[in-house]
Design a protein around this ligand. Sequence first.
Ligand code: B12
Length: 212
Amino acid sequence: MDIKEIAESFVKLQTDPTKEKIQAALDEGMDPVDILQEGVIAGLQEVGKKFEAEEYFLAELMMAGKLGEACMAIINPHLPENTGPAKGTVVLGAVEGDLHDIGYGLVANQLKLAGYDVHPIGVNIPSLQFIEKAQELNADIIGLSAFLVTTIPNCSEVVKYLVDMNIRDKFKVIIGGAETTKAKAEEMGCDGQADDAFEAVTLCNTLMGHTS
Ligand code: B12
């Protein structure tokens, strides 16, 4: 089986064939990380491009979101687990006004697999709620997902509140989402930005001083 076939059925939003192909690839002993990256994530990205090109509309986007979740549920139990002590605690969510959760779900997944204690707190989360949760859990990192020009500024609000509360140095703040950049992260006083879930792991490792 060629993993590209998974991405192709995903882009066509064929629910059962996509799930069956994933199962077949797993049964054939293919690497679940490759299936996730080159099958599901590649498919999601292609759907995103079709939306931008106005070939697909909101209904298709929502179907892609649901299909992505169903695919991840099949792949997740096969991904290698890290059994050592937690490398750090991460509170993760989408900022106020933002409902995009596929990407941050993948980040949560990848960080868990890399050995982090991850607390996903949902979408449309007010800035103070991130801080309260991080304090409650004595977290190391606050991860903010933001996709819209209207919601990205909320990342700087989180930083501002941390500064106002005199606890800025207690947490690392990282951001991600389609329209975020490293330059924007720096401008907003955040500690880093990552373009995908794998880079998010590297970023957290760097911030926490882990070599791998
Ligand atoms: C799917 C999608 C939706 C779905 C979301 C479903 C869901 N359950 O998440 C739905 C249909 C709900 C949706 C709604 C809207 N969307 Co939309 N959406 C997308 C789309 C096509 C793909 C996003 C996605 O899931 N990609 C696949 C995943 C795997 O990739 P990812 O999300 O980028 O995530 C990776 C990284 O960003 C990173 N990452 C993500 N979060 C974090 C967090 C941290 C801490 C770190 C370190 C890293 C990180 O790691 C992830 C995994 O590798 C993007 C286009 C795009 N290019 O991204 C538009 C896009 C983000 N949406 C857009 C718009 C305009 C909207 C709507 C306003 C549309 C409307 N008219 O209603 C609404 C707003 C809803 C809201 N209030 O949030 C625009 C934003 C434009 C802008 N600059 O403001 C985009 C860019 C499309 C476009 N070009 O027009 N959308």
